[in-house]
Design a binder for this molecule. Structure first.
Ligand code: ATP
Length: 451
């Protein structure tokens, strides 16, 4: 039976999730604290972790970080209470598989659990990222920017040039890389995606280049690295700015000489790969500051493609939203026809910090929740609807020039409003969720003028 670790300190919630998953034939071990989860992960190998964001001894991000350290390829789902998409985006960047907003919808939970487990072994070992299953999944978009990206993909794909793809998280860098691979003469070979941000410092060399038996403690056998294994195919180095200096030197050599040497080995092994690298950092800036080798930067940068954030390609927004709706309809067996005018208006106003990944997630959730033919604001999470309010608040208070305290107060006010809405204005529940007593909550509500 597939084993799941659940880290949730709200015992009622924990029991509901555990019972629900057990009814669906999963075995669930439930814990309430990060420290206990760490001890558990030292001795157990669950296939999936579901963790709440707010825990008594820290945040779920710590569970995520630790799990990536001890178990390389374990999917982690983060439950966030305050609909804080920025936390969710950070979690995704740290390697979380998906985030789920409270209040949890059981169908959504089950769907996400199954998606996370799809392809994951029962005993996880290797890091692998999700990639488009087929080219049919890929949406081109209709903005000029999208058309340019498509032209560039078509232009560079048949060559063997190394490509750097720049862009914020969730803008589709991996999707672009995979499309280049599919349109290239290497399409019959493998597409190997490596998340350089998730490679441990000690093992990065061995993962990329391989090692010979006995070259370090734990090297019990000869190992073939990804660069050799992907022979004839394409290697996608995501978050390439995270590679250590040593590895950068080795990679530069590999690219220049088209040969690698395994860790602890003397033999030169020819490699036949194309590299596509991606970063959401200012790699050139890093190169200038000396944290990323400039020679490697130039070697990688034979061609650049920039994936713009969704907020700068508004024309594409509804094209993607409608396609995601179609995909979700198919997957969930629903027949939602589209979005109503209010939903479209809210979509257009929102800033989409998690870009296409966030849009897809929100559309999928809305399709799942929607009771009517057209998705309306009732099926959208609060953060989308509240964002303009938050922004107006920030603008009137001119947060940029205001001191830190003002900004903290604004955040606190916003959080109290959100929690109150979430618990339908039950003050005891709100106080409990916020981790303060009722009296403090009343004082704060008065201070911020919340009715
Ligand atoms: N062109 C596209 N067509 C359809 N879906 C897309 C496209 N680009 C991105 N997506 C959706 O957005 C999600 C995120 O895309 P992707 O993983 O390629 O982003 P990324 O920029 O590599 O993110 P990160 O920097 O966080 O690794 C994908 O899983 C997919 O669902």
């Amino acid at each position: 039976m597939i084993k799941i670790l659940l880290v949730e300190d709200d015992l009622t919630y924990s029991r509901i999730i555990k019972n629900f998953l057990e009814k669906n034939n999963f075995s669930v071990d439930a814990l309430t604290k990060i420290e206990d989860a760490k001890v558990y992960l030292d001795t157990h190998q669950p296939s999936l972790i579901i963790t709440d964001f707010r825990l008594p001894d820290g945040t779920g991000l710590e569970v995520l970080r630790y799990s990536k350290e001890v178990l390389e390829d374990i999917p982690v789902l983060l439950i966030t209470n305050y609909s804080d998409i920025r936390v969710a985006v950070k979690a995704m960047k740290m390697g979380a598989f998906e985030y789920i907003l409270k209040p949890i919808n059981p169908d959504e939970l089950l769907l996400t659990v199954n998606e996370a487990l799809e392809g994951a072994n029962e005993t996880p070992k290797k890091k692998k990222k999700s990639a488009p299953k087929s080219d049919e999944d890929y949406i081109v978009g209709k903005s000029d920017t999208s058309k340019h990206i498509e032209e560039h993909i078509q232009l560079v794909a048949p060559t063997d040039l190394t490509v750097i793809i720049l862009g914020e998280t969730g803008t589709g860098k991996e999707y672009i890389a995979k499309r280049i691979h599919r349109k290239s003469s290497r399409s019959h070979g493998q597409f190997v995606a490596i998340d350089c941000g998730a490679l441990s410092k000690e093992l990065a060399g061995s993962e990329l280049f391989g090692h010979v038996k006995g070259s370090f403690t734990g090297a019990l056998d000869n190992k073939i690295g990804h660069l050799e294994a992907a022979g004839g195919g394409t290697v996608f180095l995501d978050e390439v700015g995270n590679l250590s200096y040593d590895i950068q030197i080795k990679l530069l050599r590999a690219l220049q000489e088209r040969k690698i040497r395994k860790i602890g080995g003397n033999q030169e092994i020819p490699i036949d790969i194309r590299i596509i690298a991606a970063t959401n950092e200012e790699l050139l800036q890093q190169a200038k500051e000396g944290t990323f080798r400039e020679d490697l930067y130039h070697r990688l940068n034979e061609f650049t493609i920039t994936a713009l954030p969704l907020r700068e390609r508004k024309e594409d927004l509804m094209v993607f939203a409608n396609q995601f709706l179609e995909q979700s309809n198919q997957k969930l067996g629903k027949n939602i026809k589209g979005f109503d005018a209010d939903a479209v208006h809210i979509f257009e106003k929102y800033t989409w910090p998690g870009n296409l990944r966030e849009l897809k997630n929100i559309v999928r959730r809305a399709v799942l929740l929607s009771q009517s033919e057209y998705i309306g604001i009732n099926s959208l999470p609060r953060e989308l609807i509240d964002e303009p309010v938050t922004k107006a608040l920030e603008e009137t208070s001119n947060v940029e020039s205001a001191d830190f305290k003002t900004s903290q107060m604004l955040q606190e006010k916003e959080m109290i409003i959100r929690v109150l809405q979430e618990v339908k204005y039950n003050k005891s529940k709100a106080a409990k969720t916020l981790g303060i007593d009722r009296k403090t909550l009343y004082n704060k509500m008065e201070k911020y003028g919340i009715d």
